[in-house]
Design a protein around this ligand. Structure first.
Ligand code: NAP
Length: 353
């Protein structure tokens, strides 16, 4: 999409001056439901709220601030009168409908990967690069969940010590693949415990008591899957380090919700675990969980429902004698900070300024 398309009917003065009329596209999905919760729990100013999904779930009802809202089927007229459209219905839907929403005068915050690498679309984690929001021309992209959860703590270290290289492994929850994947984990685990057969419908492999390489396709040319490539490209964009060497292995684990990531990071200068811990303790959006005595470090079940990214296991990388490398382990609720919360935080910068 060209920048001109975004600029056509975007009117920032209009959208900032009053509580917006809001639409959630994909309101019935794993992220969509959390978008609704975040708007409510954060007391986001809302003049009216429209819930949109496919015709399959038109008529479903949700409650918002004590009012019953009925899901409508998305169509080309859905955005008339809408000031803010929060998209989380997959990249095909975003590619087709986000330009229509912008043309109708809405600001779009898009959770899909559709526009993340479009140079005219800011890719924003508010704790890291909120300044990019100003330059938007109608669409702002919410990054990949692993990229968000990694960059929130890394940014604090990058600002002070300048990151030179990242090697990571992710442990990704079922919720990252949507509501149907969460149901598959529940159902296949129940079947396994009852000794019954279970035929996977969403994942390619048995999910109960198993883990496997991320379900996105592997590019035979690079050996990296789609998720890994997204994380590498997006982390570079968010950290404004286009050449940063990043290597990640993305693994799907049988956790219902919240991703964890192991990070080994090389810096331009030596850094001690104590100095890194102190920086992370003061970093916005980060909570240090690093209790060595009790072996208590970030865990998905403690990250679930939390807005902060948990960071711990902060230690020297003993394979690098220069003292310039650290390892750490982080966990974050990717339905919240990795998706819905981050999107609402972006919208707050525009409509609550
Ligand atoms: N899950 C995560 O942690 C996460 C994190 C970051 C970004 N994202 C992105 O957010 C988006 C949604 O993910 P999700 O996990 O919430 O998926 P999900 O649980 O499968 O939900 C998908 C939503 O999209 C709607 N939808 C599907 N096709 C549609 C169509 N043709 N027209 C209108 N609505 C349609 C669905 O409505 P119906 O109920 O009618 O089918 C549902 O509301 C994806 O782009 C995903 O990549 C997800």
């Amino acid at each position: 999409m060209s920048p001109d398309t975004h600029h056509q009917s975007f009117n920032p003065a209009l959208t900032q001056s009053r509580a917006p009329h809001v639409a959630i596209v994909g309101a019935t999905g794993a992220v969509g439901v959390e978008l609704l919760n975040c708007l409510e729990s954060r007391d986001f100013p809302v003049a009216s709220l429209k819930l949109l999904a496919s015709p399959r779930s038109a008529g479903q009802k949700f409650s918002f601030r004590g009012q019953e809202l009925v899901v409508e089927a998305l169509d080309e007229n859905s955005f008339n009168g809408v000031d803010l459209a929060l998209f989380s219905a997959g990249s095909g839907v975003s590619k087709q409908y986000a330009p229509i929403a912008v043309k109708a005068g809405a600001v779009v915050v898009d959770n899909s990967s559709a526009f993340r690498m479009d140079p005219s679309v800011p890719l924003v984690v508010p704790e890291v690069n909120a300044g990019q929001i100003e330059g938007h021309a109608g669409i702002i992209a919410n990054p990949n969940c692993v990229a968000i959860i990694a960059t929130v703590p890394l940014q604090a270290l990058h600002r002070r010590y300048s990151i030179r290289r990242i090697i990571a492994s992710s442990y990704q929850a079922a919720s990252g693949a949507g509501a149907a994947a969460m149901e598959e984990l529940r159902a296949s685990t129940a079947a396994w415990l009852e000794g019954k057969a279970y035929e996977p419908k969403v994942m390619r492999h048995p999910y109960a008591f198993n883990l496997f390489s991320h379900d996105s396709a592997v590019d035979p040319a690079t050996g990296y899957n789609g998720e890994e490539t997204k994380v590498v490209m997006e982390m570079r964009r968010i950290l404004d380090a286009p050449e940063l060497p990043v290597n990640i292995t993305c693994i799907r684990v049988p956790v219902l919700r919240a991703h964890a990531i192991s990070l080994t990071v090389e810096f331009a200068e030596p850094v001690t675990p104590e100095a890194a811990r102190a920086l992370l303790e003061g970093a916005p959006g980060v909570r240090v969980v690093d209790d060595v005595e009790n072996n208590h470090f970030p865990m998905p079940n403690e990250a679930t429902g939390q807005g902060d990214v948990l960071a711990g296991r902060i230690r020297r990388d003993i394979s690098d004698a220069s003292g310039k490398s650290l390892s750490l382990f982080v966990a974050g609720d990717q339905l919240l900070k990795g998706a819905a919360l981050n999107a609402v935080q972006i919208a707050e910068r525009i409509f609550r300024a």
